[in-house]
Design a protein around this ligand. Structure first.
Ligand code: TYD
Length: 211
């Protein structure tokens, strides 16, 4: 990653967790906290974050497709996202807070769908071998609790949210395995706690890892 001489390097922070873990509201909290420290923050999401990426998101969330097509489209959207949004912001010395990144592909397409992880290692190397998040916050909670939260929202569900409980439990397990293997980058936050406790844990992680 290149950045102008003397400029603070940007920070790349990703938020992960099974559907219903409550990432969205925590992202807003984290962004406001970092902005109060005088940083410029770009909030973005995957799949999506670019014009093309948002079109791919629409297909990924609502159109039936082969499992491998799904995985490849996740990485295709990511390639565009890195080129157009993530890398330019980091090069400007800004913070990028991203709702999901490659850990989600490992958790959902490998843990959930059962595809072989080694394929993703190659794709990851190809698409962003030079760049990993500085910090990943993994919001963890039992899938039964997450499903109750989703059900309470009374909205139409996407292809992933409609999956059975065992799918979400496999996704959760895959996330936790990744966190154990990359403890220096991924901090696990118990998402089944009061919002103010979670908020303090997020702030502490951001300070410890990035500020
Ligand atoms: P999500 O962050 O849950 O969107 P929202 O908060 O608006 O519901 O992301 C959409 C879905 O995409 C989510 O169910 C997980 C899935 N996903 C993958 O399966 N693989 C990936 O690589 C990514 C980035 C997302």
């Amino acid at each position: 990653m290149s950045h102008a001489e003397g400029k603070q390097p940007g920070r790349f922070v990703t938020f992960e967790g099974i559907d219903g873990a409550g990432k969205s509201s925590h992202i807003a909290t984290a962004a406001a906290f970092v902005r109060r420290h005088g940083k410029t923050v770009v909030c973005t999401r995957e799949p999506g974050g670019t014009r093309l990426g948002e079109k791919l998101r629409e297909l990924l969330l609502h159109e039936a497709m082969h499992l491998e097509t799904e995985a490849l489209l996740m990485f295709a959207a990511r390639r565009e996202h890195l080129e157009q949004v993530i890398e330019p912001a980091l090069a400007r010395g800004e913070w990028v807070i991203c709702d999901r990144f490659s850990d989600a592909t490992y958790a959902y397409q490998s843990g959930g769908r059962g595809l072989d992880q080694s394929k993703f290692l190659q794709l990851e190397q190809w698409v962003h071998g030079h760049l990993q998040p500085h910090l990943t916050l993994l919001f963890d909670l039992p899938s039964a609790v997450a499903r109750r939260r989703i059900a309470a929202q009374e909205r139409s569900l996407d292809r992933f949210e409609r999956e059975q409980a065992d799918f979400h439990e496999r996704v959760r397990k895959a996330y936790l395995e990744r966190a154990a293997a990359a403890a220096q980058r991924i901090r696990v936050i118990d998402a089944d706690q009061a919002p103010d406790i979670i908020e303090n844990l997020i702030k502490k992680a951001v300070v410890d890892y990035c500020l």
